[in-house]
Write a new protein. Sequence first.
Length: 183
Amino acid sequence: MSETTDDFKRAIALFDSVVADVPADAWGNATPCEAWNATELLRHQCGVLDALAGVARTGEVNLPQMVDETDDPAARWAETRDGLAEALDGADLSKHDQYWFGPMSFEDFVGMVQWDPLAHSWDLAQSAGIAVELPEDLCESSLARVKSLGEIPRKWKLITDEVPVPDGASAAQRYLAYVGRQP
């Protein structure tokens, strides 16, 4: 694997650790993502990562779709996590194609998707009242990647308007603010 995929796997592991800590009675809680409660946020994240895994397995590029409703969000997440790990292990990272954000290598595509589980780790933790520390280096690389997409994420409503942060803000604060979160 590469540094890019290693970073992506770290973002997934962070989301996984937050899912593991969500109390059973918190899955209906509101999240910083206005339209989603904790279960809906997880269903979205599973949809994004299932679509990425599908690209890795088949090479067919399909847009993510929110997965079906579930009575057991943690089990649904485990299914996605395990399927993604298996798919990435066999992926051709050098394959170039037209992915969701334009033409690039599969490795760069994986790197672009990294910002989503990183942001949603924080979102899910906020909804469940769990303390989570976003790794500064992952926030720096995710911020650079999402900024490199220009206005696409805002135009597609993947992120909301940037929130101001004070001078001297940490990488995590700058990243969260860029993707529209109030750190």
